[in-house]
Design a protein around this ligand. Structure first.
Ligand code: ATP
Length: 231
Protein backbone atom coordinates (compact mmCIF):
# COMPACT_ATOMS: atom_id res chain seq x y z
CA UNK A 1 0.00 0.00 0.00
CA UNK A 2 1.25 3.45 -0.91
CA UNK A 3 -0.02 6.26 1.30
CA UNK A 4 0.37 9.91 0.42
CA UNK A 5 -0.20 12.43 3.20
CA UNK A 6 -0.39 16.22 2.84
CA UNK A 7 2.15 16.16 0.03
CA UNK A 8 3.28 19.49 -1.34
CA UNK A 9 6.04 20.44 -3.75
CA UNK A 10 6.93 24.03 -4.30
CA UNK A 11 9.53 25.64 -6.56
CA UNK A 12 10.06 29.18 -5.24
CA UNK A 13 6.48 30.41 -4.83
CA UNK A 14 4.96 28.03 -7.40
CA UNK A 15 3.12 25.08 -5.87
CA UNK A 16 3.37 22.31 -8.47
CA UNK A 17 1.94 19.49 -6.37
CA UNK A 18 -0.61 19.59 -3.57
CA UNK A 19 -2.13 16.21 -2.71
CA UNK A 20 -3.86 16.05 0.67
CA UNK A 21 -4.43 12.31 0.76
CA UNK A 22 -4.17 9.36 -1.58
CA UNK A 23 -4.05 5.64 -0.89
CA UNK A 24 -2.98 3.14 -3.52
CA UNK A 25 -3.72 -0.39 -2.35
CA UNK A 26 -1.58 -3.41 -3.15
CA UNK A 27 -2.12 -4.91 -6.61
CA UNK A 28 -4.04 -1.89 -7.87
CA UNK A 29 -3.31 -0.66 -11.37
CA UNK A 30 -3.31 3.07 -10.74
CA UNK A 31 -3.47 5.40 -13.73
CA UNK A 32 -2.36 9.03 -13.52
CA UNK A 33 -3.48 11.52 -16.14
CA UNK A 34 -3.40 15.29 -16.55
CA UNK A 35 -2.32 17.98 -18.93
CA UNK A 36 1.31 18.97 -19.49
CA UNK A 37 2.76 20.36 -16.29
CA UNK A 38 -0.03 18.92 -14.09
CA UNK A 39 2.52 17.31 -11.76
CA UNK A 40 2.47 13.62 -12.77
CA UNK A 41 6.23 13.17 -13.07
CA UNK A 42 6.81 15.24 -9.94
CA UNK A 43 4.51 12.90 -7.99
CA UNK A 44 6.36 9.84 -9.32
CA UNK A 45 9.73 11.42 -8.53
CA UNK A 46 8.68 12.14 -4.94
CA UNK A 47 7.33 8.60 -4.51
CA UNK A 48 10.73 7.34 -5.67
CA UNK A 49 12.55 9.85 -3.41
CA UNK A 50 14.30 11.34 -6.45
CA UNK A 51 12.90 14.72 -5.45
CA UNK A 52 12.18 15.81 -1.89
CA UNK A 53 8.71 17.09 -1.06
CA UNK A 54 8.43 20.57 0.42
CA UNK A 55 6.10 19.07 3.03
CA UNK A 56 4.13 15.90 3.66
CA UNK A 57 5.18 12.31 3.12
CA UNK A 58 4.89 9.14 1.10
CA UNK A 59 4.71 5.80 2.88
CA UNK A 60 5.30 2.42 1.30
CA UNK A 61 3.43 0.28 3.78
CA UNK A 62 4.81 1.70 7.03
CA UNK A 63 8.04 3.09 5.60
CA UNK A 64 8.55 6.79 4.87
CA UNK A 65 10.39 6.63 1.51
CA UNK A 66 12.49 9.70 2.35
CA UNK A 67 13.79 8.15 5.57
CA UNK A 68 15.00 4.73 4.50
CA UNK A 69 16.56 2.91 1.56
CA UNK A 70 15.20 -0.58 2.31
CA UNK A 71 12.06 -0.16 0.21
CA UNK A 72 14.09 0.42 -2.96
CA UNK A 73 14.58 -3.32 -3.44
CA UNK A 74 10.78 -3.69 -3.66
CA UNK A 75 10.13 -1.00 -6.25
CA UNK A 76 10.91 -0.87 -9.97
CA UNK A 77 10.54 2.22 -12.12
CA UNK A 78 11.19 3.65 -15.52
CA UNK A 79 10.67 7.40 -15.78
CA UNK A 80 13.16 8.36 -18.46
CA UNK A 81 16.43 7.39 -20.15
CA UNK A 82 18.50 8.93 -17.34
CA UNK A 83 17.66 5.82 -15.34
CA UNK A 84 19.64 3.63 -17.78
CA UNK A 85 23.39 3.06 -18.15
CA UNK A 86 23.65 4.44 -21.66
CA UNK A 87 27.24 3.27 -22.23
CA UNK A 88 26.16 -0.40 -22.04
CA UNK A 89 24.45 -2.56 -24.64
CA UNK A 90 21.03 -3.94 -23.67
CA UNK A 91 22.55 -7.37 -22.95
CA UNK A 92 25.26 -5.82 -20.76
CA UNK A 93 22.69 -3.73 -18.95
CA UNK A 94 20.39 -6.69 -18.23
CA UNK A 95 23.40 -8.72 -17.07
CA UNK A 96 24.44 -5.91 -14.72
CA UNK A 97 20.94 -5.77 -13.25
CA UNK A 98 20.86 -9.56 -12.95
CA UNK A 99 23.88 -9.37 -10.65
CA UNK A 100 22.46 -6.45 -8.67
CA UNK A 101 19.17 -8.30 -8.16
CA UNK A 102 20.99 -11.55 -7.48
CA UNK A 103 19.03 -13.45 -10.13
CA UNK A 104 20.19 -16.67 -11.77
CA UNK A 105 20.84 -16.70 -15.53
CA UNK A 106 17.67 -18.79 -15.84
CA UNK A 107 15.64 -16.20 -13.92
CA UNK A 108 16.90 -13.47 -16.23
CA UNK A 109 16.13 -15.55 -19.32
CA UNK A 110 12.65 -16.29 -18.01
CA UNK A 111 12.06 -12.60 -17.34
CA UNK A 112 13.32 -11.44 -20.73
CA UNK A 113 11.37 -14.14 -22.56
CA UNK A 114 8.19 -12.37 -21.46
CA UNK A 115 9.40 -9.35 -23.46
CA UNK A 116 10.31 -11.30 -26.60
CA UNK A 117 7.31 -10.13 -28.59
CA UNK A 118 7.68 -6.53 -27.38
CA UNK A 119 11.42 -6.48 -28.15
CA UNK A 120 10.64 -7.62 -31.72
CA UNK A 121 14.21 -8.81 -32.27
CA UNK A 122 15.57 -5.26 -31.91
CA UNK A 123 17.05 -5.35 -28.42
CA UNK A 124 18.86 -8.54 -27.42
CA UNK A 125 22.02 -9.75 -29.12
CA UNK A 126 22.68 -6.34 -30.65
CA UNK A 127 26.03 -4.58 -30.42
CA UNK A 128 24.41 -1.17 -29.94
CA UNK A 129 24.86 0.98 -26.88
CA UNK A 130 21.63 1.99 -25.17
CA UNK A 131 22.33 5.63 -26.06
CA UNK A 132 22.15 4.65 -29.76
CA UNK A 133 18.80 2.83 -29.59
CA UNK A 134 15.66 4.45 -30.97
CA UNK A 135 13.43 6.18 -28.42
CA UNK A 136 10.88 3.37 -28.51
CA UNK A 137 13.48 0.63 -28.09
CA UNK A 138 15.13 2.57 -25.26
CA UNK A 139 11.77 2.69 -23.51
CA UNK A 140 11.31 -1.08 -23.94
CA UNK A 141 14.68 -1.72 -22.24
CA UNK A 142 13.71 0.61 -19.39
CA UNK A 143 10.35 -1.09 -18.87
CA UNK A 144 11.90 -4.58 -18.90
CA UNK A 145 14.48 -3.36 -16.38
CA UNK A 146 11.81 -1.79 -14.16
CA UNK A 147 9.98 -5.10 -13.95
CA UNK A 148 13.09 -7.17 -13.19
CA UNK A 149 13.74 -8.65 -9.74
CA UNK A 150 10.11 -9.32 -8.77
CA UNK A 151 9.19 -5.82 -7.64
CA UNK A 152 6.02 -5.30 -5.61
CA UNK A 153 5.47 -1.86 -7.11
CA UNK A 154 6.26 -0.65 -10.64
CA UNK A 155 6.07 2.99 -11.72
CA UNK A 156 6.02 3.75 -15.44
CA UNK A 157 5.97 7.33 -16.72
CA UNK A 158 4.40 7.53 -20.19
CA UNK A 159 5.14 3.91 -21.11
CA UNK A 160 3.28 4.10 -24.44
CA UNK A 161 4.97 7.27 -25.69
CA UNK A 162 7.27 6.60 -28.68
CA UNK A 163 6.12 2.99 -29.05
CA UNK A 164 4.79 1.94 -32.45
CA UNK A 165 1.13 0.80 -32.51
CA UNK A 166 1.90 -2.94 -32.37
CA UNK A 167 4.33 -2.40 -29.52
CA UNK A 168 1.70 -0.43 -27.61
CA UNK A 169 -0.71 -3.35 -27.89
CA UNK A 170 2.04 -5.83 -26.91
CA UNK A 171 3.01 -3.76 -23.88
CA UNK A 172 -0.58 -3.53 -22.76
CA UNK A 173 -0.95 -7.32 -23.06
CA UNK A 174 2.26 -7.82 -21.10
CA UNK A 175 1.21 -5.52 -18.25
CA UNK A 176 -2.21 -7.19 -18.10
CA UNK A 177 -0.53 -10.62 -17.92
CA UNK A 178 1.80 -9.46 -15.14
CA UNK A 179 -1.15 -8.00 -13.29
CA UNK A 180 -2.88 -11.38 -13.46
CA UNK A 181 0.22 -13.44 -12.69
CA UNK A 182 1.66 -11.42 -9.83
CA UNK A 183 0.36 -8.97 -7.30
CA UNK A 184 2.33 -6.02 -8.69
CA UNK A 185 0.97 -2.57 -7.92
CA UNK A 186 1.33 -0.60 -11.16
CA UNK A 187 1.42 3.20 -11.23
CA UNK A 188 1.16 4.35 -14.83
CA UNK A 189 1.08 7.91 -16.09
CA UNK A 190 -0.13 8.41 -19.62
CA UNK A 191 -1.57 10.86 -22.09
CA UNK A 192 -3.10 7.91 -23.93
CA UNK A 193 -6.56 7.76 -22.41
CA UNK A 194 -7.55 4.58 -24.26
CA UNK A 195 -4.58 2.55 -23.09
CA UNK A 196 -4.60 3.82 -19.53
CA UNK A 197 -8.32 3.20 -19.10
CA UNK A 198 -7.99 -0.28 -20.66
CA UNK A 199 -5.28 -1.14 -18.16
CA UNK A 200 -6.14 0.61 -14.95
CA UNK A 201 -8.77 -0.10 -12.31
CA UNK A 202 -8.57 3.48 -11.15
CA UNK A 203 -7.59 6.78 -12.76
CA UNK A 204 -6.58 9.90 -10.90
CA UNK A 205 -6.73 13.17 -12.78
CA UNK A 206 -4.31 15.90 -11.74
CA UNK A 207 -4.83 19.55 -12.57
CA UNK A 208 -2.20 22.08 -11.54
CA UNK A 209 -0.89 19.66 -8.94
CA UNK A 210 -4.24 18.85 -7.36
CA UNK A 211 -6.34 15.70 -7.59
CA UNK A 212 -9.55 16.81 -9.25
CA UNK A 213 -10.99 13.39 -10.08
CA UNK A 214 -10.48 9.93 -8.63
CA UNK A 215 -12.30 7.56 -10.96
CA UNK A 216 -13.01 3.93 -10.10
CA UNK A 217 -15.89 3.09 -12.38
CA UNK A 218 -14.56 1.51 -15.58
CA UNK A 219 -17.75 2.10 -17.51
CA UNK A 220 -17.82 5.87 -16.98
CA UNK A 221 -14.12 6.80 -16.71
CA UNK A 222 -13.53 6.99 -20.48
CA UNK A 223 -16.46 9.34 -20.96
CA UNK A 224 -15.51 11.50 -17.95
CA UNK A 225 -11.94 11.84 -19.19
CA UNK A 226 -12.98 12.56 -22.78
CA UNK A 227 -15.26 15.30 -21.50
CA UNK A 228 -12.47 16.81 -19.38
CA UNK A 229 -9.86 16.70 -22.14
CA UNK A 230 -12.31 17.64 -24.88
CA UNK A 231 -11.37 14.56 -26.91
N1 ATP B 1 13.25 21.57 -11.10
C1 ATP B 1 12.17 22.32 -11.31
N2 ATP B 1 12.17 23.64 -11.11
C2 ATP B 1 11.08 24.40 -11.32
N3 ATP B 1 9.89 23.91 -11.74
C3 ATP B 1 9.83 22.59 -11.97
C4 ATP B 1 10.96 21.73 -11.77
N4 ATP B 1 10.56 20.45 -12.08
C5 ATP B 1 9.27 20.52 -12.45
N5 ATP B 1 8.84 21.80 -12.38
C6 ATP B 1 7.48 22.27 -12.71
O1 ATP B 1 6.55 21.45 -12.06
C7 ATP B 1 5.35 21.39 -12.83
C8 ATP B 1 4.93 19.94 -12.97
O2 ATP B 1 5.82 19.30 -13.85
P1 ATP B 1 5.72 17.74 -14.16
O3 ATP B 1 6.89 17.39 -15.03
O4 ATP B 1 5.54 17.00 -12.91
O5 ATP B 1 4.37 17.67 -15.01
P2 ATP B 1 3.76 16.47 -15.86
O6 ATP B 1 2.34 16.34 -15.45
O7 ATP B 1 4.62 15.26 -15.73
O8 ATP B 1 3.86 17.08 -17.33
P3 ATP B 1 4.01 16.38 -18.78
O9 ATP B 1 2.69 15.75 -19.12
O10 ATP B 1 4.31 17.57 -19.65
O11 ATP B 1 5.15 15.41 -18.71
C9 ATP B 1 5.64 22.09 -14.15
O12 ATP B 1 5.12 23.38 -14.10
C10 ATP B 1 7.16 22.14 -14.18
O13 ATP B 1 7.64 23.23 -14.93
Amino acid sequence: MITIQDLKKQYKDAVVLDVASLEIPKAECFGLVGNNGAGKTTLFRIILDLVRATSGRVLLDETDVSKSEDWKRRVGAYLDEHMLLSYLTADEYFETLRKIYNLSEEDLEEHLNKFEELFNDEIRGKKKYLRDLSKGNTKKVGIAAAMMGNPEVVLLDEPFENLDPSSQVRLKKLILQEKERSQITFLISSHDLNHVTDLCDRIVLLEKGKVIKDLHDKSSMVEELNTYFGT
